[in-house]
Design a protein around this ligand. Structure first.
Ligand code: ADP
Length: 380
């Protein structure tokens, strides 16, 4: 099937984000927030509209989306592409069948905050009677080999409990990788840095993810907006003895840590940058230091790097963070052109840099639309 017009759905526990692509052009986008609790819809394309809607649950929210699309003159879509956070070991995007739904449901154990919400979106979209495709945040990383994805816990933990590193943000890493590869077809070793509120770095060799910083859950790895990133799990037991349950600590590590926890100001680097406090400065220093260490380790994993890509909110917009990360990488011959960097140009490395450094705007929804079309073409 040749799907021309694709509705992309990113369904969260109380919100549904949507975008419609005609070929590769975005023709509508918006979000319904606070589903079940005075919901409202914000449309940002084709024009800015904000309205209160009737949406006690995801089905009603989806109805409102279909309704508004009709009002905007979008009478039909050929397919729906869904972002699904956890595909477990599913290695590619796929048409949603009963079996795939069951797998997503089963994987809810691994992503309790995300997969059930993604499923609600899938179930609500079925009434459109067009093919539904699942695009997984984990799929791109299923090419990692055992030495990268196993934790050095007893070997049977992976098989028995599914405890292993899965990695996330795969849709974004793949999208920016594809663009960078088109720009530099001969390059083989890429390090893609998705630095947003959530943050992860991936090592890509010959088109395959060989390692990535997030693990069993998105908590592992880099310091993020509100997530701590990696810390010693013995702290969980230590804090239990101080009266804090494991649940409470993990919640703090997800929601009150990272840039927010260290700076005490905000999870947003724009606010932190305005603060004069020593903790704000430290938060930014730690963020760059940890990201740089990860990039360095991936240079070791791939025996070098040809290209480093920065993307997502911080990666795309913060010359100062990019500069402080790249300063740690001088040992590897990384050199930044200050002017290109401060102007957020696409190529920010200087001519004599051994590694090219790029800034590429991510577009996860467009990647989902592309994957949806690819899956349906394959099926026909
Ligand atoms: P999410 O992971 O929620 O999709 P984003 O990729 O949108 O996050 O990144 C959000 C973060 O990016 C913000 O918290 C902020 O720190 C940073 N950011 C966004 N826009 C800018 C900007 N213009 N300048 C500097 N930092 C920015």
């Amino acid at each position: 099937m040749n799907a021309k017009r694709v509705l992309v759905i990113n369904s969260g526990s109380s919100s549904i984000k949507f975008k419609v692509f005609d070929k590769n052009d975005e023709i509508a986008s918006g979000i319904i927030e606070r589903i079940g609790n005075s919901p409202r819809m914000r449309i940002s394309l084709p024009k800015n509209i904000m309205k209160h809607v009737h949406a006690r649950n995801h089905e009603e929210a989806m109805n409102e989306i279909f309704h508004i699309l009709k009002e905007l003159g979008i009478q039909h879509v050929d397919a729906v592409g869904h972002r699904v956070v956890h595909g477990g070991t599913l290695s590619d995007s796929c048409l949603i069948t009963k079996n795939v739904e069951r797998t997503i449901e089963k994987n809810s154990e691994l992503a309790p905050l995300h997969n059930p919400a993604n499923l609600m979106g899938i179930r609500a979209a079925k009434r459109l009677n067009v093919p539904n495709v699942a695009v997984f945040d984990t799929a791109f990383h299923t090419t990692m080999n055992k030495k990268a994805y196993l934790y050095a816990l007893p070997y049977n933990f992976s098989k028995k409990y599914g405890i292993r590193r899965y990695g996330f943000h795969g849709i974004s890493h793949k999208y920016v990788y594809n663009i960078a590869k088109k720009m530099f077809p001969r390059a083989r070793k890429f390090i893609t840095c998705h630095l947003g509120n959530g943050a992860s770095i991936t090592a890509i060799k010959n088109g395959r993810s060989v390692d990535t910083s997030m693990g069993f859950t998105p908590l592992e790895g880099l310091m993020m907006g509100t997530r701590s990133g990696s810390f010693d799990p013995s702290i969980v037991e230590f804090m239990e003895r101080k009266g804090m349950s494991a649940n409470e600590l993990i919640k703090i590590a997800n929601e009150k840590s990272g840039l927010l926890g260290i700076s005490g100001v905000s999870n947003d680097i724009r606010d932190i940058g305005k603060s004069k406090s020593a903790r704000a400065k430290l938060a930014l220093e730690m963020f760059s230091y940890i990201a740089a260490k990860t990039i360095g380790s991936y240079m070791a994993a791939m025996n070098g790097a040809d290209i480093i890509v920065f993307t997502a909110g911080i990666g795309e917009n913060s010359p100062s963070i990019r500069k402080s990360i790249c300063n740690y990488l001088k040992f590897a011959g990384v050199k930044i052109d200050s002017r290109a960097n401060s102007e957020n140009k696409t190529i920010i490395s200087s001519k004599n840099s051994k590694v090219r450094v790029l800034v590429i705007k991510t577009n996860e929804e467009l990647q989902i639309a592309k994957e949806t079309k690819r899956v349906l073409k394959r099926k026909s």
